[in-house]
Design a protein. Structure first.
Lengths: 268, 250
């Protein structure tokens, strides 16, 4: 019941064979008797941002953690760059909802931590970390500690850490949900630029419809109990119009309405 | 505290108690309490003597070896218990039992097992200190933010690397609190060990002074011990405060 729909949508969108960075094939996950994901299949085109959108409890974070290799699927498999996922790997980096910064370490050590774990020499990894700290706009805070930073700044540290390991795939678990509204808008604009400039594949979990439509090349709508992909939406024309114009674009507003209409009945 | 608008320095209440002690001592109420001034002059005369220095070095050796052993064993065991459910189920009842057990009663058994020497004293000290260190390290690990652990795995940390780069540091505030309490308990352990097992160190001095009714000497040595224990505990409390800045934000 789910599969034909995906094929149909994919058929509309894919005028040429798409290069997928990540593919999920028939992924199921059960916790004891609870079925979190059932036979979920989804493709993540390279260099694009795919959002996983759905009501809470729809298993979007579970799917993301399975892709990250942090959780093992009960059945099915994930392929990254054509290779099956066996566990965490250097081809993927994760941005956490609660930032997951080491409170005892300075910003620069936090950003360089991924490289530290890979055994990169200190001077080299700090040079790389400094570059990405600059890129996320935190220059001057290299020696600061996480507790001295605001929520938004902490997530910039988390983002810089994910960027500095230079992974092909960036997995973001509701990265902006713990920051305030203004910061979130700024983040969303920055994210659009990031997707454009870095040739990386982004997988973005969110529960905000507006956020998903704003930042995504492709939106997978997940419905709960058990989780499955109900629809894939690929926003079209408005994405080239620039960050400021998107929120006023009729197509943007239409898609937001359409998604709300299909999710409405699942909100309790 | 302020009295009549004057700000009193910390622990100035000790002066009051010192004066009370002096009065009770001078009144000659009991031979057990000599005047504080006598205690202090005895302290000064005793402190450079050979038996005192020998007792001090013996006690310091047993104490530091016992504390070292309980830290080196206690922290990793506690962290492992916090990480591993099976190990936790296996060990936790024992840890809880030994924590509250009257360990003094075990000392004779230790004497049989390990002889009447320094070894038994060190083991007694360890037994006094280690359990609370284990429990605190365990509690520290159990409250670690899960995403911090996932972060380490995600970015490629092996279990061993995660152990000393994440678990240890994340649990450090609790670990230090445990070490501080453990050290205070170790002071008890080392003295009890010295008194019961072999008459060496301060144990020997206590025995000697008490048997000969040398109360001023007795109190002098006791004051030295109290001061040492207090100093060690304050140093650890200082370290604890230095890491407490991140205790709330893990």
């Amino acid at each position: 019941m789910v599969m034909p729909q995906i094929k149909e949508v994919a058929g509309q969108a894919g005028e040429s064979p798409v290069d997928n960075a990540v593919v999920a094939r028939g992924v199921s996950k059960t916790y004891g008797t609870v079925e979190a994901l059932r036979n979920l299949s989804l493709e993540f085109p390279r260099g694009q941002l795919t959002s996983l959108l759905g009501p809470s409890g729809c298993g979007k974070t579970t799917l993301l953690k399975i892709i990250a290799g942090l959780l093992e699927p009960t059945s099915g498999e994930i392929e990254v760059n054509g290779k099956p996922v066996k566990g965490p790997g250097p081809d993927r980096a994760f941005v956490f909802q609660d930032f997951a910064l080491m409170p005892w370490a300075s910003v620069i050590r936090n950003v360089a931590f991924g490289l530290e774990l890979r055994g990169v020499a200190k001077s080299e990894r700090e040079a790389i970390a400094e570059k990405y700290i600059r890129e996320v706009g935190l220059s001057g805070f290299e020696k600061a500690y996480p507790h001295e930073l605001s929520g938004g700044m902490r997530q910039r540290v988390g983002l810089a850490r994910a960027l500095s390991v230079d992974a092909d795939v960036l997995l973001m678990d509701e990265p902006f949900s713990a920051v305030d509204e203004q910061t979130r808008r700024k983040f969303q604009e920055d994210l659009l630029r990031l997707v454009e400039n870095e040739s990386k594949t982004f997988i973005f979990v969110t529960h905000s419809i507006e956020e998903a439509v704003y930042v995504s090349d492709q939106i997978a709508i997940l419905l709960p109990r058990p989780s499955r992909v109900s629809e894939i939406i690929r926003p079209g024309g408005f994405r080239q119009k620039g960050a400021d114009a998107i929120r006023r674009d009729p197509e943007y507003l239409d898609i937001v309405d359409r998604i709300w209409a299909s999710l409405r009945s699942y909100v309790d | 505290m302020t009295v009549f608008g004057y700000r009193l320095p910390a622990m100035s209440s000790l002066i009051l108690w010192g004066i009370l002690w002096e009065i009770v001592g001078r009144s000659g109420l009991t031979f057990f309490i000599p005047p504080l001034s006598d205690v202090f002059s005895t302290l000064i005369s005793v402190i450079g003597t050979k038996p005192f220095l020998k007792a001090l070095s013996e006690t310091a050796y047993a104490f530091s070896m016992g504390v070292l052993a309980s830290i080196l064993i206690g922290i990793p065991v506690g962290i492992l218990m916090g990480k591993n459910r099976l190990l936790d189920e296996l060990l936790l009842p024992w840890v809880n039992m030994f924590l509250s057990a009257p360990l003094t009663a075990l000392v004779p058994v230790l004497m049989v097992l390990f002889g009447f020497g320094m070894k038994s004293i060190i083991i007694t000290t360890t037994l006094f200190a280690i359990w609370i260190i284990i429990l605190n390290a365990r509690a520290g690990v159990m409250q670690i933010n899960r995403s911090l652990v996932e972060m380490a795995r995600c970015y490629g940390a092996t279990p061993l690397v995660a152990f000393y780069k994440i678990y240890f540091w994340a649990a450090l505030p609790e670990i230090l609190a445990g070490v501080r309490i453990g050290v205070i308990r170790a002071v008890k352990g080392v003295i009890i060990g010295q008194l019961l097992i072999s008459i060496v160190g301060f144990g020997a001095l206590f025995e000697l002074y008490a048997n000969n009714f040398l109360m001023a000497h007795f109190w002098a040595v006791l004051l030295v011990l109290f001061a040492l224990a207090f100093t060690v505990s304050e140093i650890l409390a200082y370290l604890e405060r230095r890491v407490s800045y991140y205790a709330a934000s893990r």
